[in-house]
Ligand binder design. Structure first.
Ligand SMILES: [Zn+2]
Length: 61
């Protein structure tokens, strides 16, 4: 499971398995109102398979 967080305020939006998203998703943050666009493939984390979790966290900060 991975945490999907708001790109602006880092509020937790939802949690999902890595392959649970099969298409583009738009979700509005309940805290700050930012519309987050999520894609099924995370380019940075998928290309660096050694430490996907660490890469993902760095992107979200
Ligand atoms: Zn937010």
């Amino acid at each position: 499971m991975r945490d999907i967080r708001c790109g602006k305020c880092s509020a937790l939006l939802f949690r999902a398995e890595h392959d649970a998203i099969s298409n583009v998703i738009e979700i509005k943050c309940r805290r700050c109102g930012t519309l987050n666009h999520l894609r099924p493939i995370e380019p940075a984390s998928d290309r660096q398979e050694r430490q996907p979790d660490r890469v993902l966290h760095e992107i979200q900060r």
